[in-house]
Design a protein around this ligand. Structure first.
Ligand code: ZN
Ligand code: ZN
Length: 410
């Protein structure tokens, strides 16, 4: 192991020595499979089982893994190979990752590295390396403030759907900051435990608003007269369509209206924007049909766009996978040195992951940074850095070391 890797391992070891008592066992720990990503070997140690949280805590102290996971599933025999485990059920889990949300800053802070020739570029990976034609890349993303904020907005939308539409109580939901670029939402309830993959796919489709046609809600369609479109206060997706439409009309520019396929109505909409928005203030009204020139088909297009705005950007694969491993709360994220932590549902709006999830608050380290965008931790902003030797607080240095963007100066 390099000097820098030793440094990271020492820090992670200190954390687990000091804070392992903060690690709480998942429900029915004896039925869960655990997995550890090893710091040095970079391999995943799977099919681990623990009878008690004390066993788990002392393993973390001796192994000092880079990342710690446990199964969303409950098994009769968690330590056996997949076939012999005896699946008993699984929590319902949702993963929201900034990687699935387009943000403008990705172009600034994300880097791809060609795995064949090492060519480097900014933004999303290309289909093919421009230098050698290789199609495999290593992507380096950042836990940036804008990206994290947009992930949080999605988490809040998801909590709304799960509590209001599905009727889960907030006590059945666990919301967590991942320690990197996202949030996890987990439903621990007898009612979801035995759902198979297909049933979970139905839930995914609902959350995404897939198959939701605005014309079934009184908008557009071949023979329709616009009469009763959804209202802002309607329950479920009807209200979401209305709120999505409202939000869109509130800020839509002529270009954006053209983008969704509107042509001659664009000017009419812009001209009557105020009237359209105010139409919602009366009871049970809304803008549908109040201006003759804006016909059903235009409203269908606008409302369909509203659906897209309200759909929650989850990683669909995670929810349907009934054997998924998820990160354990109060363990460290190997790509940042931040901890995964639970976030209280009330007050999530004010939760600041780049402050709350920082664990190493003492000391400084001198590092040689190869390339890093500007980032914030706590109240301090660091970088951008390029081939620069600099003395940094431990948490900031650790972030760069975990990202592979720096080396400790010996
Ligand atoms: Zn290449
Ligand atoms: Zn960003």
């Amino acid at each position: 192991m390099s000097f820098s890797s030793h440094f990271v391992k020492d820090k992670f070891a200190q954390y687990y020595q000091k804070y392992s008592s903060s690690i709480q066992p998942p429900a029915s720990i004896e039925n869960r499979e655990f997995g550890f990503l090893l710091l040095k070997e970079r391999i995943m140690l799977r099919h681990k089982g623990f009878r008690s949280v004390d066993d788990l805590r002392s393993s973390l102290k001796t192994i000092v893994p880079s990342d710690v996971y446990y199964s969303s599933a409950y098994y009769e025999r968690p330590e056996e190979e997949m076939k012999g485990k005896g699946w008993l059920g699984a929590d319902l889990i949702f993963d929201i990752d900034a990687d699935h949300i387009p943000t403008p800053c990705g172009k600034v802070h994300d880097i791809w590295v060609c795995s064949n020739c090492g060519a480097v570029g900014r933004g999303e990976s290309l289909k093919k390396c421009p230098t050698c034609g290789e199609q495999k890349f290593n992507e380096k993303t950042w836990p940036c403030e804008v990206c994290l904020e947009s992930a949080k907005v999605e988490a809040i939308k998801l909590i709304d759907v799960l509590t209001k539409d599905f009727g889960f109580s907030s006590g059945e939901l666990k919301v967590g900051f991942s320690g990197h670029r996202g949030y996890h939402v987990q439903v621990e309830s007898e009612e979801v435990r035995e759902l198979d993959s297909m049933s979970r796919k139905e839930i995914v489709d609902y959350v995404l608003g897939i198959g939701l046609e605005a014309e079934f809600h009184g908008l557009g369609g071949k023979r329709s007269r616009v009469l009763a479109g959804p209202d802002l206060n309607d329950l479920g997706w009807r209200g979401r369509i209305a709120r999505g439409t409202y939000a869109f009309l509130l800020t839509a520019s002529p270009e954006e209206l053209e983008k969704i396929g509107l042509k001659k109505n664009v000017n009419t909409i812009i001209q009557h924007k105020k009237k359209l928005l105010e139409s919602w203030k009366g009871k049970g009204k809304g803008p549908w049909g109040i201006i003759r020139d804006i016909g059903p088909e235009s409203w269908r297009k606008i409302a369909q766009y509203g659906v897209g705005k309200q759909s929650v950007k989850i990683d669909t694969v995670v929810t349907t996978d009934i054997h998924r491993l998820i990160r354990l709360a109060n363990t460290l994220h190997g790509k940042t040195g931040l901890k995964k932590m639970e976030v209280p549902i009330t007050g999530i709006e004010d939760f600041d992951p780049l402050k709350s999830a920082v664990t190493f608050k003492e000391g400084t380290v001198t590092v040689l940074v190869s390339d890093a965008p500007q980032f914030r931790l706590g109240d301090e902003t660091y970088g951008p850095y390029k081939e620069q030797e600099i003395k940094l607080p431990t948490a900031a240095a650790l972030m760069l070391l975990c990202k592979g963007a720096a080396k400790v100066v010996e």
